[in-house]
Design a binder for this molecule. Structure first.
Ligand code: TXD
Length: 308
């Protein structure tokens, strides 16, 4: 039987995610958006590409949650972007309201689903989704690390003029300015990055990675990145649906790992059909641990002001 994936929010990230899933014939896709016609129209537009490109998945879209029933995976991209005059805290409260309603609906129609949260502020929205869904951490987690790591991998590959396929890298921590790129664990065809680049060039790559989202926003002026973010989501969706047991950095609720408890933080996990099947513990140097703790504290501050 074909898998079913719901994508809430048919905006830039949501629609591109739906498109990528269909083009890979990974699953049928249901898009839901408060802007119901937008979701319906984008779904139809994508379906009309299917005969040309030759994929067989079904995409539907609208404002109703009934068609989402029995979804294997639900991706939540619904939310507002920060508008002029809006504080980060205003955004936090507004997107908390949106997530609360969206997750309630998703869980009602698909009680066994796996929730992948994308909406910012990412780590705090994961906590909102967890509180509303009451899902175990295996089935509610967020996308950020795959994107941040992909950016780092690209920057390394272009600096060294090698194939992106040869480059592996990890970024830990919250999805924000305090994220922790881990060059010590980055490799190029198996060779550790510190053997290939001097420290100052590695630090420049780390800094560009931390600034990766803002760099794109500066070009787009309105709106933020969505090609790489949607690709990152689909990597996670495929790992789950195809039970790959793939190790990917995700925002997952730590329960004592890395010395952090009861908080969503980006760390490598094993993704398979059950969702997060294992939290991978890396051995960190004291300075890396300090950075990770700092990043976790930034997430904790946000979570403290949640009103759910
Ligand atoms: O790494 C990451 N996690 C991220 C996060 C990478 C990229 C984008 N990131 C965040 O995802 C971004 O900061 C936003 O919070 C979300 C979605 O980004 P996108 O670029 O797709 O935003 P859009 O294009 O504005 O789309 C949001 C859609 C839009 O169509 C709204 O009508 C819809 O969300 N929306 C809703 N849908 C359903 N239900 C409700 N309540 C709702 N409210 C808004």
């Amino acid at each position: 039987m074909q898998h079913k994936v719901t994508v809430v929010g048919a905006g830039n990230v949501g629609a591109t995610t739906a498109q990528r899933i269909a083009e890979q014939d990974l699953a049928d896709v249901v898009m839901v958006d408060v802007a119901a016609d937008l979701a319906t129209g984008k779904a139809l537009d994508m379906m009309e590409a299917a005969p040309v490109l030759g994929w067989n998945a079904q995409i539907t879209g609208g404002g109703d949650y009934a068609p989402t029933a029995g979804s294997d995976v639900c991706v939540v991209t619904a939310g507002l972007a920060r508008k002029p005059g809006m504080s980060r805290d205003d955004l936090l409260q507004k997107n908390t309201e949106i997530l609360t309603e969206v997750v309630r609906q998703l869980v009602e129609h698909s009680p066994e689903t796996i929730l992948i949260i994308v909406t910012n502020p990412l780590d705090a929205m994961c906590e909102v989704a967890r509180r509303i869904s009451k899902f175990p951490r295996e089935r509610v987690f967020g996308m950020a690390g795959v994107l941040d790591s992909a950016r780092m991998r690209y920057f390394i590959a272009s600096e060294l003029k090698v194939s992106v396929e040869d480059v592996d890298a990890f970024v830990l921590g919250g999805h924000g300015d305090t994220m922790v790129p881990m060059p010590r664990y980055a490799t190029v065809a198996g060779v550790p990055l510190p053997q290939l680049l001097p420290a100052d060039r590695i630090e420049a790559i780390n800094q560009r990675t931390r600034n990766g989202g803002a760099e794109i926003v500066n070009y787009y002026k309105t709106g933020s990145a969505y090609y790489a973010p949607s690709a990152a989501v689909v990597d996670m969706v495929a790992a789950i649906l195809l039970d790959k047991k793939k190790i990917l950095p995700c925002a997952v609720r730590l329960e004592g790992e890395y010395g952090i408890d009861d908080l969503f933080v980006g760390v490598p996990v094993k993704l398979g059909r059950k969702g997060v099947e294992e939290v991978i513990q890396l051995r960190l140097l004291p300075e890396e641990k300090t950075e990770l703790n700092k990043s976790a504290e930034a997430v904790r501050d946000l979570v403290k002001s949640l009103k759910v």
